[in-house]
Design a protein around this ligand. Sequence first.
Ligand code: NAG
Ligand code: NAG
Ligand code: NAG
Length: 306
Amino acid sequence: MNKALIALFTTVLLATTSYLSQEDPMRTLYSEWKQQYQARFASQFEDEYRFEIFKQNYNYYQEENSRQSSYKLGLNQFATLTDEEFESIYLGGLDDSHVQIDETIKSYNYPESIDWSTKLNPIKNQGQCGSCWSFSAVGAFEAYFIFTNGSNFSYSEQHLVDCDKYSYGCNGGFAGNAIDYLNRNGAILEKNYPYAMKDQDCQKATGDTKAKGRKTWTTAEQAYEAIAQYPISVSVHASNWKGYTEGVFNNCINTSTNHAVVAVGYDKKGNWLIRNSWGTGWGLQGHIWLESGNTCGVLRRLDQVI
Ligand SMILES: *[C@@H]1O[C@H](CO)[C@@H](O)[C@H](O)[C@H]1NC(C)=O
Ligand SMILES: *[C@@H]1O[C@H](CO)[C@@H](O)[C@H](O)[C@H]1NC(C)=O
Ligand SMILES: *[C@@H]1O[C@H](CO)[C@@H](O)[C@H](O)[C@H]1NC(C)=O
């Protein structure tokens, strides 16, 4: 090759490289994301469509993160979902604010901060099924036995998904009523009724383990008091939680609830520490901090297993 040709070739190569590196950081990020989450789409068309959503999510997260805010958003397992898909697949805590107000408590006494997150069973993952309500109920139920009996057994969510007909399986349900179901019929160990992530016929309605009952709390003071004892079931509006990665979240537009979780602590400022059921890859090892007060409707429905 003569020198002129080499020079020309090099120029073309450099131009191509720089064209690619300008054009492609998003594609590179997308490829890395697909590799990390083992994501495979059915067709090239679907793959391109998901890439467009991925870019939109990414740009939105960058924009949000550049504002001065108390939390950060980022790419996680939900990065190729639209908000509508995310809501319809993962949020199934039906709004239920029929609460009985407990008038018996007159004074409060609780520590200034609590964090039970490391005292519980490992974070679970509801997968593509709107069964959050069962994870919230079972999470509170497990917490009750960990704290009152010292036994950390893991109990079955699928049992509730299949058998608690007050709720709608993967189409959503009510955590408070699910706690009542467990106390009436008994809980079954997770290993004896494993999670299937889908609606099935009820395979075994009753189990061996019951708590005594359920107490529904209504105010922030009562919530701190209850959480100081052990984690409780709470409902939230989680439509904006898709990209949460860290910090104290306060960007909920709505306090009517569509997701159920477990409150596992609070800090000195009164912010709530919440345990979710989307695996450890989401949020802070599966948790989110919510700003104090009724952020995301967190005070709308507070159920403690007793
Ligand atoms: C219960 O606790 C023990 C000891 O801390 C731990 O090895 C075990 O994995 C826990 N069980 C469950 C179901 O998390
Ligand atoms: C309570 O603790 C005892 C003793 O460790 C254990 O045998 C029993 O299974 C526990 N009960 C529940 C419901 O976890
Ligand atoms: C609040 O959320 C509920 C349930 O998801 C929905 O029906 C309602 O339209 C929402 N309201 C607003 C103002 O977004």
